[in-house]
Design a protein around this ligand. Structure first.
Ligand SMILES: [Fe+2]
Length: 512
């Protein structure tokens, strides 16, 4: 393996100047260095002088390397949205044997429309514990361990989202994965992922996210012996930083905190297999050389990672609540202008300081489907049974919020500045389309939580404790009092029935 050399240049002779671009330094848990800056157009070479000057495709590249372009946007796209990279590699990617189709994996789904019998739509919220790891006799690598939970849309029209979980206990050996369906945002929850890409290597730890774009090859090694986590895959879109709006030019995820690999290549003429995912089916081809033979590259269609503890929280500092969009790390646009395919939000430690405010998440019904997972810690939300490695699903428009006990506690609490979520990291996907869930998630996962049927049975209608005061307040304001309504007779038999509490109709036409 040969890595890009450190940015060493001639020492400054006049004054003091930088001798090269900024690279992060390796650490005990991450042996690799990175270039930084979301969306930058990087240039990196593991052997000096390989990147051609003032052109991309010279008649003959240095060392007889092959020039090859890969793009993630059409050739004719607005310049600001163009995503592509030039790679200078030992063998062209096309040098491989024909494809073979692998047996269908029923746990891997890509189309989430009603036409797919392997998925179903439900308005019922659901939750899952963490995926079981493979048992001792079973060996699953990252690709084998993919399990689809649900999603929206269809990769054939390049519009949609898939949510997967993975649990693996083996590294990929001479095996690479290439997902042609969409970009994958991978969130390890347990075990580091040592990921080799055509652009270089990245060590992705729990608490970090990793994005690999459609059509790029990568392999996952498990230095800790296991790997478990989550994946959000987007079809026909790419992850972007959200707009900052009135926040201004700083805050949320800072572009400088996104880390990109440096060129790093192997010379390896052994047999490799490349697994390609296309519309949820897996295909494989063999080649007699490593796909990780890129000596130099430049461009902006490049995998990257981000440590979510670096996210800068911004929220209300006086009273009331901000919407959760304030926690958006990355967003992927849908084809409807102004509407995201999915927003990826992160919840990290912060101060809660508001006065005269119901501080837990407000009761709401959200146009987006919410899918939430947790990397570590204990989730404070009382109505969600979320554990590290688990996942919850709140369908579009379905109401949710805190339990009665939590409501009561929050409405009576002495509101002091309070540190929240210490040693906790969780995330949420806000998916704009209606999502379906897979039969794997609903029938075969072995970690689906039972529905808590009596969860809301004890919620007390507090206003009923104040009816006398309501009558007095109405009278004081010059309005008539509440009128008790006689229930309509059923089958000709009926009378005023207050067995379930009074049915009242009065100012504001309040029906309880
Ligand atoms: Fe919500």
């Amino acid at each position: 393996m040969v890595s890009a050399t450190s940015p060493i240049g001639p020492a400054a002779r006049v004054g003091a100047g930088a001798t090269g671009p900024f690279f992060t330094a390796p650490s005990d848990t991450d042996p690799y260095a990175y270039q930084v800056g979301f969306g930058n157009r990087f240039a990196t070479e593991a052997l000096p002088g390989v990147l051609p000057s003032a052109c991309n495709t010279p008649q003959k590249c240095k060392y007889d390397l092959i020039s090859e372009q890969v793009n993630g946007t059409p050739f004719v796209s607005p310049r600001a949205s163009l995503l592509h990279a030039w790679l200078y590699r030992i063998q062209p990617s096309v040098a491989h044997r024909p494809f073979k189709k692998l047996p269908r994996n029923p746990d891997l789904q890509a189309a989430f429309t009603p036409l797919n019998p392997e998925v179903e739509f439900t308005p019922q919220d659901r939750g899952w514990d963490k995926l079981p790891l493979p048992v001792n006799s079973e060996t699953l690598d990252f690709v084998d361990g993919l399990k689809t939970i649900g999603g929206h849309g269809d990769p054939t029209i390049k519009e949609g989202v898939a949510v997967h979980m993975f649990a693996a206990n083996a590294s990929m050996k001479n095996r690479a994965f290439c997902n042609n369906d969409g970009d994958m945002l991978i969130v390890p929850q347990e075990g580091r992922l040592d990921i080799q890409t055509e652009f270089g290597r990245l060590m992705v730890r729990p608490g970090e996210l990793f994005v690999v774009q459609a059509g790029l090859r990568f392999s996952v090694q498990l230095p800790d012996g296991i790997g478990r986590g989550y994946i959000q895959e987007v079809y026909g879109s790419h992850y972007e930083l959200p707009e900052l709006g009135p926040i201004g030019s700083n805050g949320m995820a800072l572009p400088r905190d996104f880390e990109y690999p440096v060129a790093c290549f192997d010379i390896n003429a052994s047999k490799w297999e490349i697994v390609v995912k296309l519309v949820g089916d897996l295909f494989v081809y063999e080649q007699d050389h490593t796909p990780y033979d890129v000596v130099a590259w430049h461009g902006n269609y490049v995998p990257y990672k981000y440590a979510m503890k670096k996210f800068i929280n911004s929220a209300t500092v006086d009273r009331d609540q901000s919407d959760p969009s304030i926690y958006c790390v990355l967003t992927a646009k849908s084809k409807i202008p102004g509407i995201a395919l999915s927003d990826f939000l992160v919840f990290t430690p912060k101060w809660s300081v508001t006065r005269n405010t119901f501080r837990p998440p407000y009761y709401h019904r959200n146009v987006a489907t919410e899918m939430m997972g947790m990397m570590y810690g204990t989730w404070g939300g009382s109505a969600t049974n979320l554990m590290p490695g688990g996942l919850t699903y709140e369908p579009s428009y379905m109401p949710h919020g805190e339990t009665y006990e939590r409501w009561k506690e929050a409405t009576l609490a002495d509101l002091q500045p309070q540190r929240m979520g210490e040693n906790v990291m969780a995330f949420m996907m806000h998916i704009s389309g209606h999502c379906s869930l897979t039969k794997y998630a609903l029938e075969r996962s072995g970690c689906l939580q039972p529905i808590q049927e009596d969860m809301w049975d004890g919620f007390k209608p507090g206003l009923l404790n104040h009816l006398d005061q309501v009558q007095k307040d109405l009278a004081a304001a010059g309005f008539s009092g509440l009128n008790f309504v006689k229930k309509a007779p059923v089958n000709g038999i009926g009378s005023e029935d207050t067995s379930n509490g009074p049915h009242v109709n009065g100012h504001g036409s309040t029906m309880l």
